[in-house]
Design a protein around this ligand. Structure first.
Ligand SMILES: C[S@@+](CC[C@H](N)C(=O)[O-])C[C@H]1O[C@@H](n2cnc3c(N)ncnc32)[C@H](O)[C@@H]1O
Length: 260
């Protein structure tokens, strides 16, 4: 049985959305109002739910049942029927939906959760199998914005950073991340996302999500996609038209090179 590492923490996800508007960006890249879209790692539906009204159909997959349960509630609340949007539990490195999509996306750095070459190859093979003839895929990672040596030095500090707090039913929930460990060769970061619940000054419980985040530099990310037989058609440095390599994010849109 696969353990859902987000089982206890999925409920916190929507309290701290990303610090950029990628939803408008993805809406703007839906090729037509009847396009069929696939979101890999759709999580709680932060992107999937608002996109559902801008395309013909959107399919979401995620390995976390806890995240998907929240997404399902949102779809229900929004009155979005199964002929407009459907979600399912699946591993984005190995799936076969038996249909093709005009746009495949994996918002908010989902791709960086893949640690191994086998997983990365698996994801690209699945993308190839599911792209329609004129379809494209958009992947995103963060831009490290410092050299590998600086990154190693920074992560060795093991710092913990406070990101914010919310008050729910008289309880305070705080969110922090700790730079727990790193693979210095492969440049894979292992942050711990920490959620603490307080009643008054008393810490009632603490939940920790440990996620791998594999780092990519601007040139490397681009080259990886090309090496796997795809053709890059657009690159951005963020969601507000920042030049590639000069912003906080690396965002690449590509098509299957064999169909180009
Ligand atoms: C940072 S969240 C992003 C969620 C959503 N895309 C968004 O933008 O809000 C990462 C999501 O990727 C999912 N994920 C990570 N590895 C996965 C895999 N191998 N297969 C499917 N989903 C995966 C996680 O369960 C989680 O819901």
């Amino acid at each position: 049985m696969v353990v859902d590492i987000r089982d206890e923490v999925a409920k916190y996800y929507d309290y701290w959305p990303p610090p950029f508007d990628d939803i408008t960006f993805y809406k703007g890249h839906i090729p037509s109002s009847d396009a069929v879209v696939l979101e890999l790692g759709c999580g709680t539906g932060r992107v999937l739910v608002p996109l559902a009204s801008c395309c013909g159909y959107i399919h979401g997959l995620d390995c976390s049942e806890a995240m998907l349960a929240i997404c399902q509630q949102k779809l229900k609340r929004a009155g979005i029927s199964e002929d407009k949007a459907k979600i399912e539990t699946a591993d984005m490195t190995s799936f076969d939906l038996g249909r093709r999509f005009d746009l495949i996306i994996a918002p908010y750095r989902v791709f960086q959760n893949l640690e191994t070459e086998v997983e990365i190859d698996g994801l690209f093979q699945c993308v190839r199998k599911h792209l329609s003839l004129k379809g494209s895929c958009i992947l995103n990672v963060f831009n490290p914005n410092m050299s590998p040596d600086e990154l190693r030095l920074e992560w060795a500090k093991g710092r913990e950073k406070f990101h914010g707090e919310v008050f729910i039913d008289g309880r305070q929930i705080t969110y922090h991340d700790r730079w727990a460990k790193m693979d210095p060769e492969k440049l894979i970061l292992y942050p711990e996302l920490i959620f603490r619940t307080y009643e008054g000054d008393v810490l009632k419980h603490e939940e920790i999500l440990k996620v791998p985040m594999r780092c990519y530099y601007p040139n490397e990310f681009d080259k990886l996609i090309v090496k796997l037989g795809f053709k890059v058609i657009h690159r951005w440095g963020g969601y507000a038209n920042e030049p590639y390599g000069q912003g906080e994010e690396l965002v690449i849109q590509f098509i299957d090179g064999e169909c180009a």
